[in-house]
Design a protein around this ligand. Structure first.
Ligand code: SF4
Length: 194
C-alpha cells in the first residue's frame, strides 16, 4: 500500500481552507483502513468530535451507525474487518448555521480512488450520505430516492442516509428504512463478518 494511511495522515492540502473557517482548525486526517477488511464504510467527513479523538465515528452518529449495522465498537474498530473511508479525511468546519461544511472535493479527488485500489474488492460497501452515493454509485439522485432503491444495489452495496440526529425526522417519515432495509443490512453484515 506504499504506506498510504501515513501519507494521508501527513496531508495538509486543505490547511488554508480550514484556517479560514470559524474554528480556524488545522487538518487532522483520520484514515482508518487496512487491506483485508471485508466491510467498507464510505462516510462523509469527520465531525468535530472525531477531529478531537482521531478515531472515526466516536460520536452519536457513530452510535447510531453501529446500531444500524448491528455491531459493537469491538467489531467496528477492528481494522481487519471494517474500513472507514470518508469522502474527506478531515473535519471541514462549520457553516453559518452550525452545520458541518461539505467534504472538500479535493480530498476525494486526491485520495479516494487510491484507497479503493489499495483495498481491492470488498464484500460489503455501506454508503453513508449523499456524497458517498455520488462517488460510489455515480448517482445524482436525491438521498431518499437512492436509499429507497436500496434493493437495486444490495447485498453488495447499501446506500444509507447520514446517521446524524438531523436525520431523525427523515427516519420517522420513511418507516421502511427501519422495517425493511436495516434487517437486510444487519443480516448481510453478519454474513460477511462471520
Ligand atoms: S481533507 Fe483530505 S485533502 Fe484536505 S487536508 Fe485532509 S486529508 Fe488532505
Amino acid at each position: 500500500m506504499n504506506d498510504l494511511p501515513a501519507r494521508i495522515r501527513a496531508c495538509r492540502l486543505c490547511a488554508p481552507r480550514f484556517a479560514a473557517t470559524a474554528t480556524g482548525h488545522a487538518p487532522r486526517p483520520v484514515p482508518w483502513f487496512r487491506p483485508g477488511a471485508r466491510v467498507l464504510i464510505a462516510g462523509q467527513a469527520p465531525g468535530a468530535r472525531v477531529h478531537a479523538s482521531g478515531r472515526p465515528f466516536t460520536d452519536p452518529s457513530g452510535d447510531r451507525l453501529r446500531d444500524w449495522l448491528g455491531i459493537g465498537e469491538d467489531v467496528f474498530y477492528d481494522l481487519d474487518r471494517v474500513a472507514v473511508v470518508p469522502m474527506a479525511f478531515c473535519f471541514p468546519g462549520y457553516d453559518a448555521h452550525g452545520s458541518d461544511l461539505p467534504p472538500p472535493p479535493v480530498c476525494a479527488q486526491t485520495w479516494h480512488l487510491q484507497v479503493m485500489e489499495a483495498m481491492g474488492p470488498m464484500d460489503l460497501v455501506v454508503l453513508v450520505g449523499g456524497h458517498a452515493h455520488r462517488w460510489h454509485l455515480g448517482s445524482r439522485a436525491p438521498v431518499t430516492a437512492t436509499v429507497s432503491a436500496w434493493r437495486d444495489h444490495a447485498p453488495a452495496i447499501f446506500p444509507l442516509p447520514h446517521p446524524s440526529w438531523r436525520n431523525t425526522g427523515w427516519i420517522r417519515k420513511n418507516p421502511w428504512f427501519e422495517t425493511d432495509l436495516l434487517p437486510a443490512l444487519r443480516a448481510r453484515v453478519r454474513e460477511v463478518l462471520t
